[in-house]
Design a binder for this molecule. Structure first.
Ligand SMILES: Cc1cc2nc3c(=O)[nH]c(=O)nc-3n(C[C@H](O)[C@H](O)[C@H](O)COP(=O)(O)OP(=O)(O)OC[C@H]3O[C@@H](n4cnc5c(N)ncnc54)[C@H](O)[C@@H]3O)c2cc1C
Length: 592
């Protein structure tokens, strides 16, 4: 059975030596000293290793079952979820007035990482609840907040997001679910939603559905979509639970992975619902929490890769096959361990160098979200909006690829379910699809984010990289290993952005033919920059001479690997982008 250990030293390195969180001026950050965060991470790590990880494989095998309208989650899930809830893990960044700890979103992200790595399917029940909490917190009235937030914050009730319908996922303007206004100010919601994660289950006494629907007579298309709160069980004035509402799970989807999470067909039959935010502004309401939701999915991608990597590494040290080309490394044994072989090393380095940079980059994203929410910093908001498609799209594409690499280390055993590697691959796959499929993330990046505010956020990013390169060019070795490759990659990114500005206007198909390549090109630059910054922080650790030499040297060597072996991918992506639309669109649809 696969195992998992929270990489606390790595997380602490990111929080304190890279991001230097307790020195930040964002409210709440001064409290995040190293002892405090270590205490939280150690407890999250223990819960993840001892309780959540052991249920991952069994939850995958057993899956969820629908019995007479009730969804039964896998054995042990409910008790484990109770532990998550009782430990206050769902309420880390919930406002104190609603019973939470009021800590920054960054701390929620850091504590969440081990739980996602250990058991993504189980963790999704709280992840979606967090999304519903945020939406109501931002858009709800005082009464709505008082009614829903304390129970959602504690996860006593869980939440869902209902966007998708059978005929529309990306193009939500086609939505048919209706919300008919009633004289008492409520709405009657009717329609069918599909693929609803945690739509029904046995782990909470109420489920609060956030549902997108159209009010009849409103604007056509996406502009006519509104957002509603629709509880599974109606709540009385005094807060007690009342009658069952007109919403039920009609079926469970049979799917490739995350079997422990119930993916439901939800039927709304004149269910009572309450408008959240303004009428016809439902998409805008959804968008305000998009950065957070997408960061959470981006984290799923690499958190699965981290868990897969840990197991691949252990296997590579244990499994004896062949001899090292340079002579036996385990002469008393019948063969050497897999890890002596350069191609296995390459694979492990790919995984390790991706996971560590992905973590640091995501945490930086979480810090920008805090800065934007807690101080109203418009520049931080613009930057995280630009980076969100990278966090969601690039990190989940790569996270999946790295899970496949980890599986490959196991050879045929990786394909056999009992080792658990197949599950990492299957579970990671969904992160590329939901919360906006990755092709649509790339479209968002090239079509909207690049040109947002006249390209200012993009120019700020380029400028920040330039300043970093300038400030760190003096150290010849660092310049050779980190600054020069970063400069070259950043130049590729600028050249690609220029291509979109010049030819994209004339021929939009040229821009969109290169959108996924641009997301990957920019993703590599972002992780390359992250590695350069981490290498600097590790060097500072070495210079301080406070011990942990091996840790810092490993960091720098891993960063060198990324710069030498991963970052050159920008050249390939640039070449593809500059080839324009012609090779992509050459065939008529009938010619395929
Ligand atoms: C396990 C699981 C859990 C889910 N959980 C939820 C949930 O909790 N709530 C919820 O509302 N939904 C949920 N979904 C739905 C998910 O968000 C959608 O499946 C996803 O957004 C894509 O929509 P679609 O499946 O309709 O694909 P489509 O919109 O039909 O897209 C198909 C493909 O075409 C691409 N595409 C579409 N339009 C364009 C375009 N203009 N340009 C280029 N490419 C395009 C997409 O990238 C995609 O690859 C879940 C899905 C699954 C499988």
């Amino acid at each position: 059975m696969p195992s998992y250990t929270a990489p606390i030293r790595d997380i602490q390195f990111v929080l304190h030596e890279l991001l230097r969180v307790s020195e930040q001026e964002t409210p709440g950050y001064a409290d995040l000293d190293a002892d405090f965060t270590a205490a939280i991470l150690e407890e999250a790590g223990k819960l993840s290793s001892a309780v959540l990880a052991p249920l991952n494989l069994s939850g995958d095998r057993e899956g969820c079952h629908l019995e007479n309208g009730v969804v039964r989650t896998p054995k042990g899930f409910k008790a484990a979820f109770d532990q998550i809830r009782d430990g206050g893990w769902t309420a880390i960044d919930v406002a104190e007035e609603f019973g939470g700890q009021g800590l920054p979103y960054l701390m929620h992200t850091a504590a969440n990482e081990p739980m996602v790595s250990a058991n993504m399917a189980l963790n999704m029940y709280q992840g979606l609840t967090h999304g519903a909490y945020t939406a109501i917190n931002i858009h709800g009235t005082v009464d709505q907040k008082a009614r829903w937030l304390p129970k959602l914050g504690s996860c006593e009730w869980t939440g869902t997001m209902n966007l998708t319908e059978p005929h529309c996922g990306t193009d939500l303007g086609l939505m048919r679910t209706k919300a008919v206004p009633q004289e008492d100010g409520t709405y009657r919601i009717s329609g069918q939603k599909i693929f609803i994660s945690a739509g029904e289950h046995d782990m909470a006494e109420n489920i609060v559905h956030l549902v997108l629907a159209k009010i009849p007579g409103g604007p056509e298309g996406i502009k006519g979509v509104s957002l509603f709160v629709v509880p599974k069980v109606l709540v009385n004035e005094d807060g007690t639970l009342g009658a069952r509402n007109g919403v039920a799970c009609g079926a469970l989807e049979e799917k490739m992975g995350i079997h422990g999470n119930a993916t439901c067909v939800m039927n709304y039959d004149e269910a009572e619902g309450y408008l959240l935010g303004e009428a016809h502004k439902g998409m805008r309401a959804m968008f305000t929490m998009m950065n957070e939701a997408r960061l959470g999915v981006g984290l799923q991608g690499w958190a699965q890769s981290e868990a897969a990597y840990q197991n691949a590494l252990a296997y590579a040290k244990d499994r004896l096959q062949g001899r090292a080309v340079t002579g036996a490394k385990n002469p008393s044994g019948p063969a050497d361990p897999l890890i002596v072989h350069p191609d296995i090393r390459r694979s492990l380095m790919d995984q390790k160098s991706f996971n560590e940079a992905a973590r640091a980059f995501t945490y930086w994203g979480a810090m920008l979200i805090d800065r934007s929410h807690r101080t109203g910093d418009a520049q931080a908001e613009a930057m995280i909006s630009l980076l969100t498609p990278i966090i969601k799209g690039f990190l989940t594409d790569k996270g999946f690829e790295m899970c496949v690499q980890a599986q490959q280390v196991f050879g045929g055993h990786g394909y056999i379910e009992e080792w658990g590697m197949s599950q990492f691959v299957r579970d990671a796959r969904i992160a590329m699809i939901y919360e906006g499929a990755n092709g649509v993330q790339a479209l968002d990046l090239v079509g909207r984010k690049l040109a947002a505010q006249g390209g200012k956020p993009m120019m700020t990013l380029i400028e920040e990289i330039k300043v970093f390169c300038k400030e760190n060019a003096k150290d010849a070795e660092f310049a050779r290993d980190f600054v020069d490759p970063l400069k070259a990659a950043s130049k590729d990114m600028q050249q690609a952005a220029m291509f979109f500005m010049q030819s994209g206007m004339k021929n939009p198909e040229a821009a969109l033919s290169g959108s996924t390549d641009f997301m990957h090109l920019m993703g590599h630059v972002c992780l390359g920059w992250t590695w350069a910054k981490m290498a600097r922080a590790a060097q500072a650790g070495l210079d301080a001479g406070t011990g942990d030499r091996a840790f810092y040297e490993t960091k720098i060597a891993t960063g060198r690997y990324y710069m030498a072996r991963q970052l050159p991918a920008t050249k390939m992506h640039l070449a593809r982008i500059e080839s324009g639309a012609a090779p992509v669109m050459a065939l008529d649809a009938d010619a395929f």
